[in-house]
Write a protein that binds this ligand. Structure first.
Ligand SMILES: *Cc1c(COP(=O)(O)O)cnc(C)c1O
Length: 398
């Protein structure tokens, strides 16, 4: 077993040929504790952001008891890793077989839907169960988010009445859920969505037991510094308190990015430099899908024992595959003397980074290490006591 405290320690001690994924349980723990302590309701972890069993276990140990799953494979995974967890099947379009397996074999009781057809499907698959928590997904605007989730799912508020009334008849508990889009850059995204929830409730005159404000809570990236999460929580709390719902109604949220982003980073090696373009050994088909396809910028750091004294310059990256699309425009800011053979840490890849890795072109593998240094950025640093002790480190290959 090797012991490494930091990204720099791994790069200098091991000189890894393949990209290395680092994980930081203490960062995930801090994020989870923040939501558990400060969100004025229940926080469900959205598993798709990062389904790593180690992360699931860390979140569970930090008080996250409910998990938002979207596929039968995610249901099986969480049921296996966390047998006591409550699973919420929040994909509005599910195969009937998946609903049946989730209900009958894994004890899932919470489902989302946005059509009458899906309601019928859920009732058939569960033999008209009377213990269902059914959440109607409302379409809301993604105007304040970096990644839209507005067009695919959700019933329009003007069309929701019949569905809400029918779901009320079928459900033990009726919920309304929505998703404002990922990386919402202002709390106003939620306030505005809650106005639509109000209109839907008033229009259908139904008793609502759960309001689920979904994911969308931001993390911090270069050029995207969001307001403090407490401001989001305050805005949601105020809007929730003013809804026409019973005082016993529950408030839920489903953070993916905000719980997972700080959990992982990546060490890559520069294989070639061509002017301001760096050819690195991970890319669009690895953990950098969002950097390539969405132009997302991630923090980067040159890992040298002796810090470079060169000025910072802007670079773009090419990934290792033979595909022209394997290109990350950035810009990524690094010392101007960066060269082939250097190692770079790319931060904030715990959400929608490490989870997106493929083996395309033979570049899928890589070691995974636990480290105890701070993530490159954090939304939680000032609010919770930081961990300073260097931890024992386990390493293994995938
Ligand atoms: C993706 C997703 C989430 C998590 O979204 P983040 O922006 O990562 O917080 C939550 N709920 C649903 C239904 C989703 O599809």
């Amino acid at each position: 077993m090797s012991k490494h405290h930091s990204a720099l320690g791994i790069a200098t001690a091991l000189n890894p040929v393949d990209p290395v994924t680092l994980f930081r349980p203490q960062a995930a723990r801090r994020a989870a504790q923040f939501f558990v302590q400060k969100f004025p309701g229940k926080s469900l972890y959205a598993v798709k952001a990062n389904p790593s069993p180690e992360l699931l276990t860390t979140l569970w140990e930090s008080g996250i008891t409910h998990y938002d799953v979207a596929s039968i494979a995610e249901v099986r995974l969480v049921a296996r890793v966390l047998p006591k967890a409550t699973l919420c099947f929040m994909h509005p379009v599910k195969p009937e077989e998946a609903i049946a397996e989730a209900y009958h074999q894994h004890g899932v009781r919470v489902f989302s839907l946005d059509t009458m057809e899906e309601l019928d499907k859920i009732m058939r698959a569960t033999n008209n169960a009377t213990d269902l928590y059914l959440c109607v997904r409302l379409r809301v605007s993604s105007d304040y988010s970096k990644l839209s989730l507005a067009s695919k799912f959700g019933v329009e508020v003007g069309d929701a009445r019949e569905l809400l009334m029918a779901t009320r008849q079928a459900a033990d508990a009726l919920g309304i859920c929505f998703h404002v889009g990922s990386q919402a850059m202002t709390p106003h995204a939620y306030t505005q969505a809650m106005e639509r929830v109000r209109m839907a409730i008033v229009d259908a005159s139904v008793t609502v037991d759960i309001i689920d404000v979904g994911g969308g809570f931001p993390s911090v990236y270069p050029g995207m510094e969001p307001p403090a999460l407490e401001l989001y929580f305050d805005a949601i709390d105020r809007a929730f308190e003013s809804l026409p719902i019973s005082y016993s109604a529950e408030l839920w949220c489903e953070p993916g990015r905000a719980l997972a982003a700080e959990y992982s980073s990546l060490i890559v090696r520069v294989e070639r430099r061509r002017d301001e373009e760096l050819y690195i050994n991970d890319g669009a088909y690895g953990a950098l899908f969002d950097a390539a396809h969405l132009g997302w910028r991630f923090p980067v750091k040159l890992l040298r024992e002796q810090d470079s004294t060169a000025e910072l310059a802007d670079f773009s990256f090419y990934g290792p595959t033979c595909d022209d699309m394997d290109h990350m425009a950035g810009p990524f800011s690094l010392p101007a003397d960066v060269k082939a053979g250097d190692y770079i840490e790319i931060g904030m890849l715990g959400a929608y980074g490490c989870a997106m890795r493929t083996a395309f072109n033979g570049f899928g593998s890589g070691a995974v290490y636990e480290v105890s240094d701070e993530p490159m950025e954090s939304l939680y640093r000032e609010t919770v006591e930081p961990l300073r002790r260097p931890a024992t480190v386990v390493s293994f290959n995938r």
